[in-house]
Design a protein around this ligand. Structure first.
Ligand SMILES: Nc1nc2c(ncn2[C@@H]2O[C@H](COP(=O)(O)OP(=O)(O)O)[C@@H](O)[C@H]2O)c(=O)[nH]1
Ligand SMILES: [Mg+2]
Ligand SMILES: [Zn+2]
Length: 342
């Protein structure tokens, strides 16, 4: 108890210090902006890294600038498109965040949604024969993608391990239901330099992020997709003036054939936040065809009579394991928001 109170007090103090710092910084920014207003024009840019209060913004010519954000902008994250203005000292101020097409968020300790990265168009869900894939985890990622409007791609890595044709076929069969409901599957080996080629093609002009459980080969695949990763990190580190910190912060890399890849431990580990019943139902895309067809409109697809979803499972039109994942996620959902008893 005592420990908790102390840490709470410490948190308050830290918050107060941060707030004072922010106010001070904001005042300084406003003065600097006023001084340079007449000399520089606002430009558009892309946030490549956010590190503490610093943002590395890339301008239209690929030049990097270290910027601070005006205070009233909320959280500015990697992948954000912004309006910024250069200051006299070669640094800059971000004055506006352009509307986001999508945002990937996580729940922080206070249960608040915190954006991790913005304007993503592809969620790369990495799996491998080893470690054993968790279907529930795959389904959670797919749900998160559906709910945030990001197109998911399923990427099976370490295919070189499956030399035995029957093992290989068995592994491919396990994932076939996902292709059947319209998700794109890629079979790759991060260890074979040419193997991610079709995947690289699919990432051109997209903004992608890689997720998946530990050990599936995320670091290896990032390396395969970004042969010049070290050079890019070097440039970004130089721009922050803070050494090689950038790998721990969400970082936006340029893919060699065009397009962006956002990578960070935090983004890779992201977990689905709170989701409501309606979103859950919609996020299982193959269920959409049956919306409204169950006898009861609040059907949980468990043992209610006249359930169209269970009927579809019985007839092999919906995968039983997907319905099992749905029920696991429905439990989580109802634990947070118990259904109204009628
Ligand atoms: N055989 C094989 N091993 C791989 C492949 N990709 C990654 N690995 C190995 O799997 C382990 C975990 O890879 P890593 O990239 O660190 O996974 P992460 O935890 O998802 O970042 C390492 O020992 C890698 O060498 C692959 O395509 N084939
Ligand atoms: Mg790793
Ligand atoms: Zn039903």
């Amino acid at each position: 108890m005592a420990r908790r109170q102390l840490s709470q007090r410490q948190i308050e103090r830290i918050k107060a210090i941060q707030e004072r710092r922010r106010t001070h910084l904001a005042a300084r920014l406003e003065r600097a902006l006023a001084a340079c207003e007449a000399e520089s024009l606002p430009e558009e840019g892309l946030v490549m890294v956010r590190y503490g209060p610093s943002l590395i913004v890339e301008d239209g010519q690929g030049q990097l600038y270290r910027c601070l954000a005006r205070q009233n902008l909320g959280e500015v994250v990697c992948g954000d498109r912004v309006v910024w203005q250069p200051l006299r000292d070669g640094q800059g101020v971000v004055t506006a965040v352009l509307p986001r097409t999508t945002v990937l968020s996580r729940l922080d300790a206070d249960g608040q949604e915190k954006p991790l990265a913005a304007n993503l168009s592809r969620l790369l869900i990495l799996i491998a024969p080893e470690p054993e894939p968790s279907q529930l985890l795959i389904d959670q990622y797919l749900l998160a993608a559906e709910c945030s409007g990001i197109t998911p791609l399923l990427i099976a890595n370490k295919m070189d391990l499956l030399t035995d044709p029957s093992q290989r076929a068995a592994f491919q069969d396990r994932l076939a239901p996902y292709a059947a409901i319209g998700y794109r599957l890629f079979w790759v080996s991060a260890h074979h330099p040419d193997s991610p080629d079709p995947l690289s093609q699919a990432l051109i002009d997209q903004t992608s992020v890689l997720v998946g459980q530990s050990g599936v080969g995320k670091s290896s695949l990032v390396k395969a997709l970004l042969p010049d990763q070290e050079i890019q990190i070097g440039r970004l580190s130089e721009a922050t003036g803070l050494g090689r910190h950038t790998t721990s912060a969400a970082t936006c890399y340029r893919l060699p054939q065009g397009g962006l890849l956002i990578d960070s431990p935090g983004v890779r580990r992201f977990r689905l936040g709170a989701i409501d019943r309606q979103a859950l139902e919609w996020g299982f895309r193959e269920f959409r065809d049956y919306a409204g067809l169950c006898r009861f409109n609040n059907c949980r697809h468990l043992d209610e009579p006249g359930c169209a979803i269970r009927q579809a499972v019985a007839e092999g039109r919906i995968n039983a394991a997907r319905l099992a994942s749905f029920h696991r996620l429905l439990e989580d959902c109802e634990r947070r928001a118990p259904p109204a008893s009628t």
